[in-house]
Write a protein that binds this ligand. Sequence first.
Ligand code: NAD
Ligand code: UDP
Ligand code: UDP
Length: 316
Amino acid sequence: MRILVTGGAGFIGSHLIDRLMTEGHEVICLDNFYTGHRHNLLHWLDHPYFEVIRHDVTEPIRLEVDQIYHLACPASPVHYQYNPVKTIKTNVMGTLNMLGLAKRVKARFLLASTSEVYGDPEVHPQTEDYRGNVNPIGIRSCYDEGKRVAETLAFDYHRQNNVDIRVARIFNTYGPRMLENDGRVVSNFVVQALQGIPLTVYGSGSQTRSFCYVSDLVSGLMRLMNGDYIGPVNLGNPDEYTILQLAQTIQAMVNPGADLIYKPLPQDDPQRRKPDITRAQTFLGWNPTVPLQEGLKLTIDDFRSRQSPSGTTAAV
Ligand code: NAD
Ligand code: UDP
Ligand code: UDP
């Protein structure tokens, strides 16, 4: 099959491309390199079945493909809040263009949506029929509301134009290739512990997240794409931790001497988050398999291997 991966130079996209290429598909990666890097794709650049196109999804493009994994969008609050209007354009115009492309070539289209569509949830754990508690005018809204519109667009293209859609609601995912300056909690804590500087816990650290290792997530995305169930479906690991527990775990694994310091909790930071994955289990036969300790070890090893002899992390 010929498969388009938008955002393929990023963290999840590049792991997905590894799997698709290994299965023998022809892959086109489309990316504007905002948070993605050619470095993540270096091992495929000379492969005859692989092509990378520098392109912004907010602009139309004509390609001939069988499947589209639409991942293009910065995922870390630091990056998506840097230019919020651009984040909205990416989610709305970018998704519209990719759905227009899917309609024209009759490709199956998978949207990488997010647990953020549930906002600061009043239902716990979150099931797919929960409609969420999202602030429409806050600093996270460009991303949360952008993804909500992207889901709406996908379902309207499905109803109106018979586009064959799949919608995944991805929960916090971590693993090798996260950027050192990504700003997300796992990468921040690992980099801080490796550098021997204090781990920055926002708020009291009592807020929770549930962390999914990237290889599990990629398996879930591929099962969703190649199955019959259109979604939306939660993909995440239901093992829930407080942020303080995460800090202490990484501290113990990397650098027991590192301190923890407390910083203000960002505005609209969700208090609790944990997926109900009954749908993924039932319709996709999917379950995450990598426990946090094991995934963290692989992630820490990756960050360590990127460190230069001077102790600073090499460019990625
Ligand atoms: P990432 O930032 O590493 O990757 C996003 C990729 O999209 C980057 O390569 C970036 O350069 C590219 N991109 C951004 N804007 C673009 C544009 N306008 N045109 C073309 N390319 C563009 O993030 P990630 O963690 O790999 O996330 C991938 C997708 O999964 C995103 O859609 C994100 O919303 C979703 N998601 C991720 C998580 C997570 O925990 N990582 C959780 C929920 C949802
Ligand atoms: N589009 C695209 N590539 C294609 C087909 C469409 O980028 O191969 C874009 C197109 O430019 C438009 C969007 O997708 O902005 C929606 O397309 P659709 O055909 O649904 O709407 P229309 O063009 O009729 O407004
Ligand atoms: N967080 C933290 N220290 C950091 C970065 C993040 O305590 O250095 C917290 C953040 O406030 C949030 C949680 O960790 O409660 C997850 O943050 P992240 O940005 O990784 O993802 P999201 O908030 O989008 O789930």
